[in-house]
Structure formats: structure tokens, C-alpha cells
Design a protein around this ligand. Structure first.
Ligand code: FE
Length: 350
């Protein structure tokens, strides 16, 4: 890169990200760790406060909704980022594929996190699990068990609400169908689900539950922790009614188990505070870190033996599909292509 384009790039970055000045890359400065986080402050701040109390290490965080992986890429060797925190195997594997991650060498992490929930060379580490479940109308759905396969059954015609097929959560679910049934089978299945949609896919997971509440559909697909979020969101009290109109059905409990995704962490390739960064990820994978995740956001711990929140326990048993997230990651591209090929996001009538 020429000096000129390097300067232009730096200038463009500074304009795009004025917060850069808050983080510095002093490798010699012990006692700090720099985090780029897609996960929100209400969840991450309590974890970092506890980490600081235990270790004396101060965390500096840049929170953003997008662009963090691209930013670390653009910053290159001079990136102040030590750790990236994000949701979804899609983002975690994208970070690894972009070359911004480095393998983590830690016995504590390997002991805490099963291999199916971390990258093959520990280039990403899963820290929480979320199941992608069916939110079923209490009034209009009487069955107590369901499968993902069944969502293509004509009995659900005009009854399913779901967000965009291209959203990372759905791409991972469809990728898991490819991993279990193959591409051809999954394409037919996806056409069947599309035909059963009540409306064009749009909005987030909570708005699909609202669709059930409003009578537009009988079942919605969504991640488990949104049940907790809807019940406790003080800014949006109407969501409590949406939540109370549905119950959670865990798909495929009678065979392979329910599709699970993760949130997790990546150790940045050029982390200036590598040792502290590993300590942070070890803390997040520890009993205490896992418990805070479980309590604050109603996610399932990845580490065995850590108690679930009371609300999560009230949903009953949970049998996770044991397939490795690495296998799901390998089918993501094909899953995304299928979503376009069948015109999933055009909705039921085309
Ligand atoms: Fe989410």
C-alpha cells in the first residue's frame, strides 16, 4: 500500500470511527485489554466489572452494531483490538476466515468448552448457547412436540412467521438441515417452509412472536433468550403480552435435538495485550463468567454444571443437537444460496 493510500485509509477510518482515540495499542501497558463488541453493554459491562475485580485488568470497550470485523481488518497490524465479542457462528467463522483471529492456547478454555463449540484450532471460542425454537400459540397450537422437518408440512400452510432467511440465525439453522439431510432435500424443505409462510419474512425474532399474538400466524421461529427479553423489557411492556401468548416448543427433542447456535469470542491476530486477552476469555468461560451470561441474558452456559437462570429452567429440558458448529459453518454458504434460489424472502405467494 502506498503512503498516500495508507494515510487516506487512516483518515477515512478516523472519520468513520472517532472513538479510535479511546483505545491505544501500548503493548507494554499491563493491566488493560481492548474489546470490540457486537454484544450490548447491559450484558458485557457486568462481566467486565467482575473481571476487573478479580484480576485488576481494566477493559476498554468499543460497542458497535456492525463493521467491527472490517475495522480490525483495515487496522491491520496496528489494530488496538485484543478481543472481538459477537453472536453467531456466522460472525465467528467470518472473523476467522477474514484472517483477523489467532488460535488460543489455553488449558482452562479447552477444559471448559467442548470441541463442538469452538473452532478446530481454537480460532473462535463459543461462550453461550441459544436454541432456535418454535414459539407456538397457546390458543391455536395443541401439539407438545414439533420438528424442523415438519415446518414444510402443508398442515402449517399460511401459519408460520419468520424473519429473513438471510439472517445469520436462519442461515445457521438451514445449514444444520443441509448437514443432516443434504442439499437437495434441504432445498425441497425450504420451498415447503416458504409455501407455509403467513407473510413476507421481515423484522426481528420478537416481531414474529408479535405476529402470533396478533393472530397473523400460529407459530414463529426465534431464539430462546428473546422469551426472557420480551418478559422483562421495561421500555416495551407490550412485549410481555406477546410473550404470554406463546409457549416454547423445542424442535426434534425426540430425535437429534434442537438446533443450537453460540455467541463467542475471537482473540485478535495482532492483539497488543494477548496475555490479558486470554485471561479475559478464560474468565468468560469460567463458572462465574458463564453464570453471569446465564443470569443476565437467559442463555444456556456452554460449560457443564453451570446453573441455568430460573426462567430458562422453567422452559424445561433441552436436548441440544450435538452436531459440531464447525460442520454447520461449512454449510453456511450453501444455505445462504438456497435462501435466494427458492426466493424465501419473497414470501409465500411467489
Ligand atoms: Fe439475538
Amino acid at each position: 500500500m502506498s503512503m498516500r493510500s495508507g494515510l487516506a485509509r487512516a483518515l477515512a477510518l478516523a472519520l468513520l470511527f472517532p472513538a479510535t482515540a479511546l483505545l491505544t495499542a501500548h503493548a507494554e501497558q499491563a493491566g488493560e485489554v481492548n474489546i470490540y463488541s457486537y454484544r450490548q453493554p447491559y450484558l458485557i459491562d457486568p462481566l467486565l466489572a467482575e473481571f476487573a475485580a478479580e484480576t485488576g485488568i481494566k477493559a476498554n470497550v468499543i460497542y458497535a452494531e456492525k463493521g467491527l470485523i472490517e475495522r480490525i481488518e483495515a487496522e491491520g497490524r496496528n489494530s488496538p483490538a485484543d478481543v472481538l465479542l459477537t453472536v453467531d457462528i456466522g460472525n465467528l467463522s467470518q472473523a476467522a476466515a477474514a484472517g483477523i483471529a489467532q488460535p488460543i492456547d489455553s488449558e482452562a478454555i479447552e477444559a471448559a468448552i467442548p470441541p463442538s463449540y469452538r473452532g478446530e484450532s481454537n480460532e473462535w471460542i463459543g461462550l453461550t448457547r441459544r436454541a432456535r425454537v418454535v414459539y407456538a400459540s397457546k390458543d391455536r397450537v395443541s401439539q407438545d412436540a414439533i420438528t424442523y422437518e415438519e415446518l414444510a408440512d402443508p398442515k402449517w400452510r399460511n401459519k408460520i412467521c419468520v424473519r429473513s432467511g438471510q439472517h445469520v440465525y436462519n442461515v445457521a439453522l438451514i445449514a444444520s438441515m443441509i448437514a443432516h439431510h443434504g442439499e437437495e432435500w434441504t432445498e425441497q424443505w425450504l420451498r415447503g417452509v416458504k409455501a407455509n409462510l403467513a407473510r413476507k419474512p421481515a423484522g426481528n425474532d420478537r416481531l414474529q412472536v408479535k405476529g402470533v399474538y396478533a393472530g397473523e400466524c400460529d407459530i414463529a421461529l426465534g431464539n430462546t433468550y428473546y422469551m426472557g427479553a420480551m418478559l422483562t423489557d421495561e421500555k416495551n411492556p407490550e412485549q410481555k403480552e406477546w410473550a404470554n401468548s406463546v409457549r416454547i416448543l423445542f424442535p426434534n427433542t425426540e430425535d437429534r435435538g434442537t438446533h443450537v447456535n453460540v455467541s463467542g469470542a475471537v482473540l485478535a491476530k495482532h492483539a497488543p495485550h494477548k496475555e490479558n486477552a486470554v485471561k479475559l476469555i478464560e474468565f468468560l468461560a469460567s463458572d462465574r463468567g458463564q453464570q453471569i451470561y446465564a443470569e443476565v441474558n437467559n442463555e444456556y452456559p456452554v460449560k457443564d454444571g453451570v446453573p441455568w437462570s430460573a426462567l430458562v429452567q422453567s422452559w424445561g429440558a433441552f436436548k441440544p443437537d450435538p452436531i459440531s458448529l464447525n460442520e454447520i459453518a461449512a454449510s453456511r454458504k450453501k444455505a445462504s444460496e438456497l435462501v435466494d434460489e427458492v426466493g424465501f424472502d419473497d414470501g409465500p405467494s411467489s
